[in-house]
Write a new protein. Structure first.
Lengths: 399, 79
């Protein structure tokens, strides 16, 4: 492993160090780790390049440095400081546990890593996730939210309509299959081998991309409502679904999974309807989190836009207070993890997907989303794996 | 609207036409964020940046959230 130390040409504002660090994961396949501070970037680089297996040359190091410079320039130059609004702060609640539960979960057979960012959960974690699911379903029922089942795949055509490719290209997961060609399929059947570098199949054997793995739950509802008036002018819906976001070297624990599940409660209708329900959902969840004694805060946030759009989109989200994250404490590393969010999209989906209200104006949308694996992980990080140490409401609530 | 205000309104309209890359007839004196598809979140930030360049408007969360119509922008610049 080699170290590359870079002095950024543009000073990095404190509030952007984490955002820039997470984006450096996508700069070059040779980067193993990145550490970003306001005036210094330290990268750990493979001794050999991921592509050719040859020694990483000084020229390649220069190219990496130039690419890092592009990221920093794009995100930090003229950065707009966000307005941080804290709606709830329960970070002073006592946490009973201070270790990372991952090792013990793996030792007990409660967690099995199948691949990068891909995990199988055992009975304890599953029961805990189901407990949280029941609470989120109760919240959904309080709005008479209609249940939906959405596909795991998502249409590239629709994602394009909501400009997803511009905003989040880095985390997309594409779906393909062998081309409908007997020679290609026969060749694959005879010769396909998984090797350290991946499947040995040539790229031309695969079909064009028409579908991706879904990165979010609520998009499917908006697609289903597209190009017609919204029936009844207001809609509350709920669904649980698998979401896929590729996070490169950031996929290093249960904090960031490539394949994870979200329960969402989705509101579509006039602005007031969406905002009123987003706020009441937050207030109702505050009561539940109090009951279980979760150490957390709710603060304004932005989505992880890619570098080209980050500066403007993040500033816009911040200015209009469009997103608030539920950030649960991870006491073992003295940090927090986003386990859910309260979102308002204004009329973005209504306009881009042509979802209209009775007065012909575009519908507004919002959603309340909970990451099921993340909330279970944060709970175990705060309360430990031994059930006798858990709050009674959780213990008694397991089936 | 007096002559001075009318002149400012026209200058702001010109900023919007340039920032949003739209035909002049689409930009009316009372235009607000969301009235035309081009004045969306990204379009709004383009407007803000050009206002900063032409009028020295500081881009911060408050101005981004408040300057959402041509009359609001004119009022802010006039102060």
């Amino acid at each position: 492993m080699q170290t590359l130390e870079i002095t950024p040409t543009v000073p990095i504002p404190e509030h952007l160090t984490g955002e820039i660090q997470s984006k450096l994961a996508y700069v070059d396949e040779s980067i193993l780790d990145a550490d970003v501070s306001t005036d210094r970037i330290v990268l750990s680089i493979r001794e050999t390049t991921a592509k050719t297996g040859e020694q990483t040359s000084p020229e390649q190091m220069s190219l990496i440095e130039a690419k890092v410079g592009r990221v920093v320039e794009s995100m930090a130059k003229g950065a707009i400081k966000p307005k941080v609004v804290i709606l709830e702060d329960y970070m002073d609640r006592p946490a009973l546990y201070d270790k990372d539960p991952m090792d013990e979960l793996i030792q007990r057979g409660e967690l099995f890593q199948e691949g990068t960012g891909i995990y199988t959960f055992g009975p304890l974690l599953t029961a805990l996730i189901e407990f949280f699911e029941r609470q989120f379903l109760k919240l959904a029922e309080s709005y008479n939210a209609k249940s939906y089942r959405f596909p795991t795949l998502i249409s590239a055509e629709y994602l394009q309509r909501i400009h997803y490719f511009n905003a989040f290209p880095h985390s997309l997961s594409f779906v393909t299959h062998l081309r409908e060609d007997l020679d290609v399929i026969d060749n694959f059947a005879s010769n396909a081998r998984y090797e350290a570098g991946g499947l040995n199949t040539p790229p031309e054997a695969f079909s064009k991309i028409h579908s991706l793995l879904s990165p979010a739950v609520c998009n499917h509802l908006y697609f289903a409502l597209a190009d017609k008036p919204l029936p009844g002018s207001e809609l509350a819906a709920t669904a649980v679904g698998s979401c896929f976001r590729y996070e490169a070297i950031n996929l290093d624990s249960l904090e960031r999974l490539w394949d994870f599940s979200m329960r969402e409660i989705i509101f579509v209708g006039p602005k007031d309807f969406v905002l009123k329900n987003r706020e009441s959902a937050r207030a109702r969840m505050e009561g539940f989190f109090k009951e279980i004694g979760l150490v957390y805060m709710v603060e304004s946030a932005n989505d992880p836009f890619f570098i080209g759009e980050f500066r403007k989109q993040a500033a816009f989200q911040s200015a209009f207070q469009l997103k608030f994250e539920i950030r649960a404490a991870l006491p073992f590393k003295d940090s927090t993890l986003a386990v859910g969010s309260y979102n308002y999209h204004q009329d973005f989906f209504g306009r881009n997907l042509n979802i209209s209200l009775p007065d012909d104006s575009p519908a507004h949308t919002g959603c309340v989303a909970f990451g099921l694996e993340r909330i279970a992980y944060a709970f175990l990080a705060q309360f430990g794996i031994e059930m006798d140490k858990w709050p009674a409401v959780v213990k008694d609530g397991l089936t | 609207m007096d002559i001075k205000q009318k002149d400012l309104n026209q200058q702001v309209q010109a900023v919007l036409i340039e920032a949003l890359k739209v035909k002049p007839e689409l930009v009316t004196p009372e235009l607000s964020f969301g009235d035309i598809p081009q004045w969306d979140s990204m379009g709004h930030m383009e407007v803000m940046m050009l206002l900063e360049e032409n009028f020295g408007v500081e881009i911060n969360p408050d101005t981004i959230a408040n300057l959402v119509s041509i009359p609001e922008i004119c009022k802010y610049i006039d102060q």
